[in-house]
Design a protein around this ligand. Structure first.
Ligand code: UD1
Length: 333
């Protein structure tokens, strides 16, 4: 059984960490294809070093700025690689363009696909939602995070379906910080294009964050930094830092009073670490207890989140499993 893992973004590396580690420790025949769109090391390469993972076997360096061209480029490369080194199964993670092209090319070449984080929906008009819907319809194995997400399922007669919770639990298990310091600050991340590409929206968010009168530590995505500079937004009063390592990020999530984020991955980590989180989006695929949507009024969201009792409500790891990646591999190998 030969396995091929496809990844690209920061969260894909972090969430597929457990699968890669497990493949290594079982001496499975596997290889990793990085489609290579990230420009900076702190969004990609550095995580392999930090998590003690061997580097990818192929890096496609698909950096073309046109989305369709880039997808064609990735598809051509995948086809070439798989013609020479055909896997029995391709593993893709959630909804990126790489996951979509990986799924499509594999299906066209009659290779099986396992989709991790299947059937999550935000029902919003974003490219990722289209990718998710396509991949879910015709994958051979679907690994759905929670029972809640099962309600989204419409038709899957071709697939084997399992509820497994989220592979990020495995990464947290290995890199969770010890001890809470409670230093009285808020940890923030922001990168969704709806928040940062529009000058009005970005100015509004930063202004509302300042009005909280809290110490803010802001891990700033390169895309967001670029927009802040081009709109010349005044960031004083906010501690702005470049993308952090995984362990630094988890440490801040663990130690902050609460988290302000539009990151999909951080919402999950807040749930797992039982931290309160204000989601800077209109809708979410992850309506976990302890998180609330901000509805364009941050002060009100802050008041509301004070009343949430995170200890009572959060479903930590419903399957009570300590090795989700291992469970997934048991099902497909
Ligand atoms: C990302 C993608 C999105 C894709 C989705 C699903 C980006 C900008 N977004 O969303 O396009 O559809 O995955 O694959 O690529 N973290 C750090 N250091 C930091 C900040 C965050 O290690 O400074 C970690 C968090 O702990 C978390 C992960 O990165 O594990 C979250 O990644 P993030 O870039 O926030 O992406 P998502 O919103 O999850």
């Amino acid at each position: 059984m030969k396995i091929c893992i496809i990844l690209w973004t920061r969260p894909e590396i972090l969430k597929l960490y457990g699968i890669m580690k497990e493949c290594q420790s079982r001496w499975l025949d596997y290889y990793v294809i990085h489609t290579g769109q990230h420009y900076s090391d702190n969004m990609s390469k550095d995580f392999f070093e930090e998590l003690w993972l061997p580097r990818e076997n192929y890096n496609l360096m698909a950096k073309c700025s046109d989305r369709i061209e880039r997808m064609w480029e990735i598809q051509r490369w995948l086809q070439t690689i798989w013609k020479q080194d055909q896997p029995n199964i391709v593993i893709v993670q959630w909804d990126t363009d790489s996951a979509f092209v990986g799924w499509l090319t594999a299906k066209m070449m009659w290779i099986k696909v396992a989709h991790i984080e299947a059937w999550i929906r935000s029902n919003s008009d974003i490219p990722e939602e289209y990718n998710r819907r396509m991949i879910d319809q015709f994958s051979d194995y679907l690994f759905v995070p929670t029972e809640k997400d099962m309600k989204n399922i419409l038709y899957t007669s071709l697939s084997e379906l399992y509820i497994v919770w989220n592979t990020i639990c495995d990464t947290i298990r290995d890199f969770k910080p010890k001890g809470v310091m409670l230093w009285g600050y808020v940890f923030m991340t922001l990168h969704r294009n709806t928040n940062v590409d529009s000058e009005i929206n970005l100015r509004n968010i930063i202004q509302q964050v300042k009005w909280l009168w809290k110490k803010i530590i802001f891990s700033c995505h390169p895309r967001t930094m670029k927009m802040i500079e081009s709109f010349e937004i005044d960031m004083w009063e906010i501690v702005i830092v470049p993308p952090m390592t995984y362990q630094e990020t988890i440490w801040h999530i663990y130690n902050a009073d609460y988290i302000i984020t539009d990151s999909w991955g951080i919402q999950e980590e807040c749930c797992i670490l039982r931290k309160k989180c204000i989601i800077m989006r209109d809708s979410t695929e992850r309506p976990y207890k302890g998180s609330i949507l901000w509805k364009w009024d941050l002060k009100e969201a802050e008041d509301n989140i004070k009343n949430v009792n995170i200890w009572k409500q959060n479903p930590f790891n419903p399957n009570n499993s300590m090795n989700i990646s291992s469970e997934i591999l048991n099902l497909i190998v």
